[in-house]
Design a protein around this ligand. Structure first.
Ligand code: ATP
Ligand code: MG
Length: 155
């Protein structure tokens, strides 16, 4: 269905409010100004962003988790950037696989089932988009999902 990024961000903000228990971490939603309305399955997109945001909050002891959306060439890119512990390059290719987890003490202690990112990659595929990761150890991570900007086919 068609939806508005402002509404999506507002819903996510409300959902995560009760989970912001660490006063040293702020969750920021950038105003997605001037973005077109998007035709996509917003349940799937919301699920992906919830996975990214919950991971970011889990692995960030201080600083911020910043959620943004911007139009790029034919896609809208949603990003969740954190100032957390980061992910070493050797794990970048694997974090989106089933049950894959990073082999560091903090990440081992805080791990869940290890399916959130695998599910996110699958959902992104169903939306015709893709997930990606940029991260440096000790500096934080940016998880992104792109969703194609297209008009619904007539059927
Ligand atoms: P689940 O999401 O199923 O509860 P999980 O959070 O452990 O479990 P994923 O969300 O798939 O699993 O993430 C896989 C692993 O990638 C995590 O266990 C963690 O090691 C690493 N990871 C994910 N997001 C981040 C992040 N923002 N910063 C640092 N490490 C991360
Ligand atoms: Mg997770």
């Amino acid at each position: 269905a068609w939806f508005d990024m402002v509404d999506l961000f507002q819903a996510l903000r409300g959902m995560f409010k009760p989970m912001l228990v660490n006063p040293e971490v702020v969750l920021v939603f950038e105003e997605p100004d001037g973005l077109p309305r998007l035709y996509a399955d917003n349940q799937k997109l919301s699920q992906i962003l919830r996975n990214f945001i919950s991971n970011a909050l889990k692995f960030t002891a201080r600083g911020e988790v910043r959620v943004s959306a911007r139009a790029e060439d034919g896609v809208v890119r949603f990003s969740v950037a954190d100032t957390g512990i980061g992910i070493a390059p050797e794990f970048h290719a694997a974090v989106f696989d089933d049950y894959s987890q990073v082999n560091s003490p903090v990440q081992k202690r805080l791990r869940g089932t290890g399916l959130g990112l695998a599910l996110s990659r699958q959902l992104a595929g169903l939306l015709g988009g893709a997930v990606s990761l940029e991260s440096a150890l000790g500096e934080g991570s940016i998880f992104s999902v792109t969703v194609p900007l297209h008009f619904p086919s007539e059927n």
